[in-house]
Design a protein around this ligand. Sequence first.
Ligand code: PLP
Length: 443
Amino acid sequence: MRFKKIFYVGEKINKLQDLKYMNYTNTLEFAKQQDANDPLKGYREKFYFPMMHGRETVYFTGNSLGLQPKATQNYVLNELEDWATFGVEGHFHARKPWLSYHEQFAEPIAKIVGAQPEEVVVMNQLTLNLHLLLVSFYRPTKTRYKILCEAKAFPSDQYALESQVKFHGLDPENAIIEVAPRSGEVCIRHEDIITAIEKNKDSLATVLIGGVNYYNGQVFDMKGITDAGHKAGAFVGFDLAHAAGNIKLELHDWNVDFACWCSYKYLNSGPGGVSGIYINKKHLNDPSIPRFAGWWGHDKNTRFKMEKGFVPMPTAEAWQMSNAPILSMAAHKASIDIFTDAGMDALLSKTEKLTGYLEFIIDEINKSLHEKLEIITPRDKKQRGCQLSIVAHGRGKELFNKLTEAGVISDWREPNVIRCAPVPLYNSFEDVYRFGEILKSAL
Ligand SMILES: *Cc1c(COP(=O)(O)O)cnc(C)c1O
């Protein structure tokens, strides 16, 4: 009886808390209270914030380059020390031996992207990995040669697709299908992607879409797209540059064929940091799958026999080419250890509240100043991560310049889009409040 009662009270408190989060207030006290209650509040101190006018900036560009963890310098320094101490023997004797360094990432990265450990590996950079994956998963034939993507994908992805298509002797005009938003709309409707897949079901080789659109922050229904793509007989992959470490991913359960991401955006691993790839288990050990090979993809048990004839690793490691860039990997490890400690579930739950607060504050400014700041990112929490893209109608770059001068680091896209990403790992409710105040005075 007693227990029942406690559960009941507990439930009620949860409900009240839910209600409270809907009941945001635009005051410093409220923001500070939220920060005090934030289970992740301790993580902010683990990062360096760029300073301006003697105080921390409002850093809302973790979607472009995540902040540096304070621990990173030591992780990198340790490798430099081990290199000094051991020379080539560091491959075996370094504190984290270089020979197997990349193996440390399989478990924690699998958790971040919703994969099994053997389905992921960390290697190279993003665009390069996209090409390597397309070698395996874009195999056009006479009849099945089209690749479907979203219109206005990140430019590097557009160039990758265009050059892949040309490499196969095909015409991009004819072979690339771009699904665009309807006229007057900013986001792409899921049903339009599905319709385009179905319409091209006899000629579609591959679907490749960004899991989160870099410009408007829209999250695509990856499971729905994967199911439709498979029904049409195509491979389905995602570029998760803006998704990894930002949204809930279940790559394995969604049955996605392949994916890749970078580590320097939400994953805070430093400029040009290593990229990661995912390959569905069903494609591992498939001898018919073409890939570009290098020695680090060769079966590690016989790799150093240095013999002729490529024998692939039975995991996603088969796609590795070169030995691992340890200094870059060390920076990645520093950050991934923080992610493991914080846990994706806690991060995702803070994102809902924190980005919801930013949304609330933008709406408040519109009401009080009769402004037309239009949030073009979906209002539905399931269709967005932490980024909000805001169109400042009737405003120009001078607005953005004012924000910057007042200590906000956000991102401007011509003609008038401000992209803001309050990152759950290190941004606070107070950051969001301060952003609102700065934005108000800039207007
Ligand atoms: C950031 C980003 C890139 C950048 O590619 P690099 O190879 O890391 O320079 C590519 N594609 C998408 C979708 C991105 O968001």
